[in-house]
Design a binder for this molecule. Structure first.
Ligand SMILES: Cc1cc2nc3c(=O)[nH]c(=O)nc-3n(C[C@H](O)[C@H](O)[C@H](O)COP(=O)(O)OP(=O)(O)OC[C@H]3O[C@@H](n4cnc5c(N)ncnc54)[C@H](O)[C@@H]3O)c2cc1C
Length: 525
């Protein structure tokens, strides 16, 4: 095992073994000095190669200590050898060349490092792209852009393009989209980075109307394994362009910008937010899933169905358990009420009244603000499933019963089981047209358990065992690559299915020696 591989895999395996777990994660822990030999690699050489010396941060510096922990605090103990906050492609290229010369693993991080499995942590060189946050608008105002009419507005398709640098987060982008009536499918959580989102697919509350985030990509530029720039689009390096739309981050290079096309919507949408107690969980989840299945081809309806709970005692876990639905509909509140009538009839009279009152006609910008979510960094473990059929009532009942056995945590975000409804424009794209293969899904299911650093030390084991019990109730051979699960048995098959062989060929062409990658990454042929 070479030094790079040891740093990538050895320490992560050690962490898992200590817990009696066997993740395929690369929870890259801090390298021991011996791993680099002698005094270790020459960081001063790297510092001199950067456009500003203070872009290099080492342990003990306040900025290093602030940036090192990833969003998933389960991996907070993984300490990079050094962190660089590049400001330009030239800085990134200098880092890649230095890392290759010195045999040091290099890992990019955008946003706060949201990767579920800790894959944006490393014991080597961490590149935090938080200084690269320019957004450049190219509102081409195409005269030929087709306009589609809906009952409450008009959609101008492919109205223009924008370029986002790799450190841009949803939270930076959304206000700009809102000001311009722009429809660009992104996620809900403000601190998620656009880079990781687009490279792994990108689901959100406009995807049935406008496709996945990666479906809007027209060009991206990256620094490859030899430290050189690569531009990829339909016309240039088309094989790589195919692979980066769903192949997931850190497989082919470090992307420094993304050019995406967008639509413009003038009019109103209907926003809604429903909640029922756990007593109505089965009926509500069945009715909501049925509505999503009926609207599978209808690009207007967007929905996230949630089952969850929180609390530290069995009583609190029971009392806080609920089923929810949130989303937006490109139409009127009246039309939406008709579409969701069977769900709106469920629950107590007070639940019925509150749910019905939540439906309202709002502007796209208002809906975006209402749908926004800020989630605090915390330790969590997660898994996902790709579903082509609604979960039947008896499965929902089993999930509900399992939910009530959750051991609890002082983290108020608790347990979150989400069904993201898909269809529409997402599934109009062929499974082989991009690396994102799950084009037949009715739902992507996500299972997350959050706990707190204040909880007992055995939390990961306890919560993971509970999560495994939950996922056994919703079996799936497939998983969403943007919700990576370090415990999957055959992760690449689960994430990429029949597209994996082609991804391996592209990997061999652009990064044959594996400068980039992680335990579940794409292996060269
Ligand atoms: C609270 C929360 C909410 C979420 N909501 C949604 C949602 O609504 N929809 C959805 O689809 N997903 C959602 N996700 C999942 C999210 O899309 C993925 O975690 C995504 O990979 C995060 O990207 P990031 O850049 O923020 O994270 P990072 O952890 O920085 O990056 C993710 C992966 O991409 C690599 N990477 C990062 N930057 C680059 C780059 N510039 N070039 C090459 N590789 C890079 C990293 O090394 C890592 O392997 C959510 C995640 C969380 C934690």
């Amino acid at each position: 095992m070479d030094r790079r591989t040891l740093l990538r895999t050895g320490f992560g395996a050690a962490i898992g073994a200590g817990l009696g777990l066997s993740p395929t994660t690369m929870a890259h822990s801090a390298p021991e000095a011996a791993a680099f030999g002698g005094d270790g690699p020459d960081l001063e050489e790297l510092r001199r190669a950067l456009s500003r010396p203070d872009y290099l941060l080492i342990p003990g510096q306040p900025r290093y200590e602030q940036l090192a922990p990833p969003f998933n605090r389960q991996f907070a103990s993984v300490r990079p050898l050094a962190i660089v906050t590049p400001r330009s492609p030239a800085d990134i290229a200098a880092c890649v060349r230095w890392a290759v010369r010195n045999g040091v693993p290099i890992t990019p991080r955008s946003g706060l490092g949201h990767n579920y499995a800790g894959f944006s942590t490393t014991g080597g060189l961490l590149l935090v792209l938080s200084l690269m946050t320019d957004v450049v608008w190219r509102d081409d105002a195409r005269a030929s852009a087709p306009v589609v009419g809906y009952s409450t507005g008009t959609m101008t398709k492919k109205a223009g393009t924008l370029l986002v640098e790799a450190g841009v987060t949803n939270g930076m982008l959304h206000p700009q989209l809102e000001r311009g009536n722009i429809v660009l499918p992104t996620g809900r959580c403000s601190s998620v980075g656009v880079a990781g989102l687009v490279l792994g697919g990108g689901i959100g509350f406009s995807d049935k109307m406008a496709g996945l985030t990666c479906d809007r990509l027209v060009e991206t530029r990256l620094i490859g394994a030899d430290g050189e720039w690569i531009t990829c689009s339909e016309k240039e390096n088309a094989d790589l362009f195919w692979a980066v739309r769903g192949g997931a981050g850190d497989n082919f290079g470090i992307h420094f910008d993304f050019t995406l096309d967008y639509d413009k919507y003038h009019g109103t949408v209907a926003f809604y937010r429903f909640s029922w107690s756990i007593d109505t969980a089965v009926d509500a989840a069945v009715a909501l899933q049925r509505a999503c299945a009926d609207a599978f081809r209808d690009p207007r309806l967007h929905m996230r169905i949630g089952l969850g709970t929180s609390g530290t005692s069995a009583q609190q876990v029971r009392a806080n358990a609920s089923v929810t639905a949130i989303g937006q509909f490109y139409g009127s509140a009246r039309e939406l009420r008709d579409l969701l009538a069977s769900a709106l009839r469920l629950g107590t009279s007070s639940e019925q009244a509150t749910n019905a009152a939540s439906i309202r006609d709002v502007t796209l910008a208002e809906a975006s603000e209402l749908l926004n979510e800020d989630v605090a960094p915390a330790p969590f473990t997660g898994a996902s499933a790709v579903l082509t059929e609604p979960l039947p009532g008896e499965r929902i009942a089993a999930v509900r019963d399992h939910l009530l056995t959750w051991p609890g945590s002082s983290n108020p975000d608790g347990v979150d089981i989400a069904l993201f409804a898909l269809g529409g424009a997402v599934n109009d794209v062929a499974a082989e047209a991009t690396a994102y293969v799950h084009r037949d899904a009715l739902f992507i299911a996500q299972f997350n358990v959050n706990w707190s650093e204040r909880d007992p030390a055995s939390s990961l084991r306890v919560h993971r065992e509970w999560l495994d019990g939950l996922t056994a109730l919703v079996p799936s051979t497939r998983a969403y690559q943007n919700f990576p699960d370090p415990y999957l048995r055959d992760p690449q098959q689960a994430y990429y299915g029949r597209n994996y062989a082609r991804l391996r060929a592209v990997k061999s062409a652009y990064d044959p020696s594996g400068v980039f990658g992680y335990a579940q990454g794409i292996a060269p042929q």
